[in-house]
Design a protein around this ligand. Structure first.
Ligand SMILES: C[S@@+](CC[C@H](N)C(=O)[O-])C[C@H]1O[C@@H](n2cnc3c(N)ncnc32)[C@H](O)[C@@H]1O
Length: 219
């Protein structure tokens, strides 16, 4: 269930009809992902993609990192907001997506500014020497805590970390089975952010919930 399931698909359709449509490239990537992958719901889609583009365009970041590329949709959306000398790093551990991602990135005018890293983000993040202006976490739920601990110290004061699925299909407010590890991980992560004095945070009830985190300290 997404927040659109909670407020109704009529509202979702109305929002889509009153938001800028996907570019031809994003439309084709969205469609191919739905036709050819087993879990296409992982893809951000028109509204969340546009939200990411707009956040990036407001910040004009020089250094963006994304954890969890999937087929590359959100990376293409975020890259649209890069500063003119900016670079987008995106990390995906599933090698089976690599050819499709590279194919679509190569069709974007921003392809020279998007760097795809294939491998485990927990190993790759420490090798990237950037200070991040904008991070997007959208990978394994049980590792959210680890990605956050790796990224926050290397995010500049005033920079942002956006974390997807913070409402986890609405499961965060219900009774949680003891073996539901993903929900327990999201609950612990949300609590951790809420009590972290280094940040200001907003749990935005948009789609599956986006935890928006602004770093407010120097370290
Ligand atoms: C929800 S999908 C990402 C969707 C994408 N951001 C979008 O909006 O189109 C999550 C992806 O994270 C990848 N992933 C999970 N754990 C990872 C890790 N430790 N390092 C890199 N990628 C990971 C998965 O293989 C999957 O493709």
């Amino acid at each position: 269930m997404s927040t659109f399931d909670l407020i109704g698909h009529d509202i979702e359709e109305y929002c889509e009809a009153h938001s800028t449509p996907e570019s031809d490239l994003l439309y084709r990537l969205n469609r191919q992902t739905h036709l050819e992958t087993i879990n296409p719901r992982m893809l951000s889609g028109q509204l969340q993609g546009l939200f990411l583009t707009m956040v990036a365009r407001m910040l004009r970041p020089r250094h963006i990192v994304e954890v969890g590329t999937f087929t590359g949709y959100s990376a293409l959306c975020l890259a649209e907001g890069l500063a003119s000398d900016g670079t987008m790093h995106t990390i995906e551990r599933n090698v089976e997506y690599e050819d499709r991602i590279r194919d679509y990135f190569s069709q974007s005018p921003l392809c020279n500014r998007i760097e795809l890293h294939i491998g485990d983000a927990r190993e790759i993040i420490p090798t990237l020497e950037c200070i991040w202006d904008l991070c997007f976490i959208d990978a394994e739920k049980e590792d959210y805590d680890t990605y956050y601990d790796l990224l926050l110290p290397r995010t500049r004061k005033g920079g942002f970390i956006l974390v997807d699925n913070a409402l986890w299909n609405g499961k965060v407010t219900g009774e949680v089975a003891h073996n539901d590890r993903d929900t327990h991980a999201i609950l612990a992560f949300n609590d951790k952010v809420q009590s972290d004095p280094r940040v200001r945070n907003l749990l935005l009830p948009f789609r599956d919930g986006i935890m928006m985190i602004e770093k407010i300290t120097d370290n």
